[in-house]
Design a protein around this ligand. Structure first.
Ligand code: IVH
Length: 673
């Protein structure tokens, strides 16, 4: 890029970043996702490095946050509250470690403390003579807002410190992150949606919006929480290591995140980073990465800081779950139970390594309540195994040309009139002959959590229906090699494979069969508990409401859905037809249906040291899992041995759960019992 172009781009990025800083920090109403913000900041930092003559002291790359919101009083921090630089990949973690060791002039390993990076907002709590006296936000790093009365409503913050361990200094400045636990976040958004209020895109925005309130009563209703992660510069002289700081804060009664870990070198840091990434979905709060800090405080002084961030720490980010994109259109899909689901067609966007061009909008009510319009810029989210969803529209980006969505009154596939069932938010096509429903029922029947018929994908199913070979799931078992060979792109070898897999499915465990027949409200997990309780299909079929409700996790709605399914003549006929063609589900609790790895698709990479690959495969299979040999997005668990290969990068990019061999070995102990 030539200097003139660079100048223009730098100016643009600075202007945009200042604007986004305001939207984010000042109004808790960002227009772009964190990931987009991080990318713009990185681009600016790199351009400023390449063109040092264009550097400016007031560039947003040198600053933290935004100035305080008027209305709350101001608090000047005794030492600046800085931000952190980001590392995005294993090679950047190593760069960080190398830079530190070079600057310190050490050849041996450096100890690091690794802590979850909570996604909330930074605060400072000042304790004078042991008593909580002043609380503030980070603000622009130098001056924050006085939020003492709001922080007093957090029951995790002690009003007085315990007199335990080390003596508390007369004035103690503690720093930490206020956040909204996920459960509270969901409750809050549900309430706001019902009340017709704007919902928050993520827990961070909700936490910020809840804390920066002029009325502390509102803060109190939100049930915010906090973890403390350090003290300001003036408190550091009391300690030798960061681990000691954290232990001491805890002794004084302040909440400190228990998920922290002391690591002896950067490889241990990376390992722990991977472990936490795989646990990300199981934590009760949102984390967007891990913070790595040099443990020895003597080194902090030597390393120093820039105007924006200290050099002793770095934020290692997980792949972002949210991105924003344009909602191009809303189409309507018909599911296997006839429910019409509005689906967003999006300008394709990469979310944690996967291109997303469609996302669910759940139902008509949700589209209306969230006021999502065709043409909107929207926030989309892809978390864990969950299908991508549209979170909210970015209202501040509207042009006035956006169009509201209207649910069709006829089924988009079979053209019969749709109905809205009383008390349900769903609109349904009630024509049992509707082609979309037939197709979806068969697709669901053959899917991995159900009968798991490999090779029988959506494309093949629609061809089979179009040719009239299949009208319901029982017809799959009458398919012949001749039928299949007449289809597009179907050679004899693949046709035979499909037939073998169809045949194999006849002997599936009962819970797969129960999942596959599609009882409304009964998914794979409920099917498993039902089999544990009733053992045979006949017993389940004849179970009374009361008996059903004795099953773990089965309430009135699920029980009555099961009862009406097994008293409906057409579903009974279907089961009869399936049994007649030779489907004979394995009854009782088979290992494959109840194992600790059931439903896992497992891939190994690297050399295993404690067993052979064959032994490992057996353990997975005995515990109900399935082993595959190549990477695909279906893999749910990657097990890594020594020197893992490229599969590791792929799994990381896809956010797949990754465990090491020693963790996996625990399964072999389980299976030996
Ligand atoms: S240490 C000099 N530790 O991340 C800044 N920060 O981008 C030292 N954060 O402003 C911060 N969890 O709001 C630290 N365990 C943790 C953290 C954490 C979340 C936030 C904090 C900070 C931002 C940096």
């Amino acid at each position: 890029m030539d200097p003139k172009e660079a100048h223009k781009r730098i100016e643009f990025l600075r202007r945009e970043l200042i604007r986004h800083n305001k939207a984010y920090y000042l109004f808790d109403n960002p227009e772009i996702t964190d990931a987009e913000y991080d990318r713009m900041m990185r681009e600016l930092q790199e351009l400023e490095k390449d063109f040092p003559e264009l550097d400016q002291p007031d560039s947003p790359s040198r600053k933290v946050g935004s100035e305080p919101l008027s209305g709350l009083g101001e608090v000047r921090h005794s030492s600046p509250m800085l931000s952190l630089d980001n590392a995005m990949s294993a090679s950047e973690f190593h760069d960080f470690d190398e830079r530190i060791r070079k600057q310190l002039g050490v050849t041996e390993f450096v100890d690091y403390i690794v802590e979850p990076k909570l996604d909330g907002l930074a605060v400072e709590l000042i304790y004078s003579d042991n008593v909580f006296s002043l609380g503030s936000t980070r603000g622009d790093g130098v001056t924050g807002e006085n939020i003492t009365s709001n922080l007093l409503t957090l029951n995790k913050i002690p009003q007085e410190l315990l007199r335990a361990g080390k003596r508390v200094p007369e004035k103690l400045e503690v720093r930490g992150e206020v956040f909204l636990p996920l459960e509270e976040f969901r409750n809050l958004n549900n309430k706001r949606l019902e009340a017709g209020e704007r919902i928050f895109a993520n827990p961070r925005n909700a936490a910020a919006g809840s804390l920066r309130q002029l009325d502390p009563k509102i803060t109190a209703e939100r049930h915010l929480s906090i973890f403390c992660y350090g003290v300001s510069e003036m408190g550091l002289s009391l300690f030798k290591t960061h681990a000691e700081v954290l232990a001491c804060l805890q002794e004084w009664g302040l909440p400190v995140n228990p998920e922290r870990k002391l690591c002896g070198n950067i490889n241990e840091v990376i390992d722990y980073f991977n472990v936490m990434q795989s646990r990300r979905d199981t934590l009760p709060y949102e984390i967007d990465g891990m913070v790595v800090k040099v443990n020895n405080l003597k080194f902090w002084d030597i390393l120093g800081q820039t105007s924006r961030s200290p050099r002793y720490a770095i934020a290692c980010k997980f792949p972002p779950r949210q991105e924003s994109t344009r909602l191009l259109d809303i189409i309507v899909q018909v599911g296997r139970t006839g429910v019409l689901t509005p689906v967003a067609e999006l300008e394709p966007v990469q979310v944690s390594g996967v291109t997303v061009s469609r996302a669910t909008l759940h139902n008509e009510d949700e589209v209306r309540k969230k006021d999502i319009r065709i043409g909107d810029k929207v926030v989309i989210q892809r978390a864990g195994d969950v299908i991508p969803e549209v979170v909210i529209p970015i209202e501040s980006m509207r042009t006035g040309r956006e169009r509201p969505f209207i649910m069709p009154e006829i089924c988009p596939v079979c053209k019969s009139r749709v109905v809205r069932i009383e008390g349900e938010s769903a609109v349904r096509c009630i024509n049992p002959e509707c082609r979309a429903q037939i197709e979806e029922r068969i697709r669901y029947f053959a899917s991995r959590p159900a009968m798991d018929i490999e090779g029988l994908g959506s494309g093949l199913i629609s061809q089979l229906i179009a040719r009239g070979f299949v009208k319901d799931v029982s017809d799959l078992y009458y398919l012949t090699i001749e039928n299949l060979q007449t289809l597009e792109r179907m050679g004899e070898k693949s046709a035979r494979k499909v037939l073998v897999n169809v045949e194999k499915s006849k002997k599936n465990p009962l819970d797969r069969f129960i999942t596959a027949i599609g009882i409304p409200l009964v998914g794979a997990q409920t099917a498993r508990t039902l089999v544990e309780q009733f053992n045979t299909l006949d017993r389940l079929k004849n179970a009374s409401m009361d008996e059903l409700m004795e099953t773990n996790g089965v309430g009135k709605a699920v029980a009555s859905s099961i009862r009406s399914f097994f008293t409906n003549q057409s579903t009974l006929n279907l089961i009869h037809r399936l049994l007649n063609v030779g489907v004979k589900p394995l009854e009782g609790n088979t290992p494959a249906s109840s194992g600790s790895m059931s439903r896992e698709t497992v891939l190994f990479t690297g050399k295993l040291v404690s067993m052979t690959r064959d032994q490992a495969r057996k353990i997975v299979e005995d515990n109900g899992g399935q082993v595959v040999s190549a990477w695909s997005n279906n893999v749910t668990l990657l097990i890594i041995g020594e020197n893992p290969g490229s599969k590791l990068e792929k799994a990381r990019a896809a956010g797949t759960r990754i465990i090491k061999e020693d963790e996996f070995v625990k399964f072999s102990d389980v299976s030996a019992q």
